[in-house]
Design a protein around this ligand. Structure first.
Ligand code: SAH
Length: 372
């Protein structure tokens, strides 16, 4: 009886969020309203493929029913502002239903020799799908961030709130609609610390995979490392890649750059990463921001190689992207390559991630919601 009552109250709750629900859940939702099961499939298609912003738009629904649903909120964000860099990376400021602003980035990767030409309205025109290799979306998982890493713009503004899974899914749909291309990859590298919002992030991963059609292996969760959370994430047995923001080759240096590192030693962090690999069979990659004179010396590269010895991994070097509040410098190319070479000599797979979207302030660490 109680269960029945609960179901009733959910069914009549106007604010039940549909975005994020599976085909089965949407089918149950329409059936609770006396509609045939196939309307669930229609609803699913309109939410995830057609990007419906209100149920009133769903023209395949019978007129009378549609009218009763017209005010039902879908909780899609609106584009408050967008900018484009010369490499065609687009940065968005999205306004959430409660008025808060988050950032999302759409990063197209063009095929070798593939033209970047867009049809129609210049830079913002439609990209020729044949020239596109990937379309990656960089999503936020929180409004702001509580981690306060010294080199990161997001942390400077503090933390406001966690995002709900549908607000994460919405970011992907928004980029998909704006580019008029399917998103193929997703990285949780926007604002926020995903492992502090683990349940919503995991729910978003399931929805992106199941309903939006992005392979789990094409999704990456990036974390600075939160005690116990890497092991908790492993228990979900996702096929996503875990990227860990290491940024330092020893504990002392890491604590200087990342205040939360005090509560999570490098040894414990690396142990948890090994456990993640053991449980999920998936790779862990490490991100290492390069700050000239601070963590980019040959001795740091040697120390890093030692720390990661025996770990089947990949190190992504990220040359620092400048932000206003701190005066770190980006090392020159020669130094970056020298650092990478030392790691290679020590048999550590390494790549340098030259940032995308720099002029749009859309590169790693440059995201902040206060612009405009
Ligand atoms: N909180 C998560 C995800 C968000 S940041 C994390 O820390 O991993 C995504 C990546 O951008 C992280 O590796 C982060 O350390 C890096 N980053 C932050 N500020 C940066 C900057 N100014 N230049 C280059 N990379 C930066």
């Amino acid at each position: 009886m109680t269960i029945q009552l609960e179901k009733q109250s959910i069914a009549t709750d106007k604010n039940e969020v549909l975005l994020g629900k599976s085909l089965e859940q949407l089918t149950a939702w329409v059936q609770q309203r006396g509609q045939p099961a196939y309307r669930g499939k229609q609803l699913h298609q309109w939410l995830y493929e057609k990007g419906a912003r209100s149920l009133g738009e769903i023209s395949v629904f019978p007129k009378q029913w549609r009218e009763t649903l017209a005010d039902y909120p879908i909780y899609r964000s609106t584009i408050h502002y967008r900018s484009i860099a010369s490499d065609k990376t687009r940065k968005y400021l999205l306004r959430l239903a409660d008025g808060l602003i988050i950032e999302t980035v759409g990063i197209p990767t063009f095929k070798r020799g593939g033209d970047k030409e867009t049809g129609g309205q210049g830079d913002w025109g439609t990209i020729n799908p044949k020239s596109l290799e990937r379309l990656t979306v960089c999503v936020s998982s929180q409004v702001g961030c509580p981690m306060a890493c010294d080199f990161c713009a997001t942390g400077k503004g503090g933390f406001i709130r966690n995002l709900k899974s549908h607000e994460i899914v919405d970011q992907v749909l928004t980029v998909q609609e704006d580019f008029r291309q399917r998103v193929t990859n997703g990285v949780f590298m926007g604002m926020g610390e995903p492992l502090l919002n683990l349940n919503e992030v995991v729910a978003a991963v399931h929805c992106l995979n199941r309903d939006v059609g992005i392979g789990q292996r094409s999704l990456t969760i990036s974390t600075v490392g939160i005690p116990n959370k890497i092991r908790q994430l492993a228990q979900h047995h996702l096929q996503v890649t875990l990227a860990v923001s290491l940024h330092a080759s020893n504990q002392r240096l890491r604590e200087r750059l990342i205040p939360s590192a005090k509560h999570y030693t490098l040894d414990n962090l690396i142990d948890d990463c090994r456990e993640y690999v053991r449980i999920t069979g998936r790779r862990v990659t490490f991100e290492y921001i390069l700050l000239a004179g601070t963590n980019d010396l040959p001795e740091h590269a040697l120390e890093l190689a030692k720390l990661l010895r025996g770990f089947q991994t990949h190190v992504n070097l990220i040359p620092y992207n400048p932000i206003q509040e701190v005066d770190y410098q980006r090392p020159d190319r020669q130094r970056i390559e020298a650092f990478a070479d030392i790691l290679r000599q020590k048999r550590i797979a390494v790549s340098v991630r030259y940032s995308r979207g720099l002029e749009a302030d859309a590169a790693c660490g440059q995201l902040r919601a206060s612009k405009v």
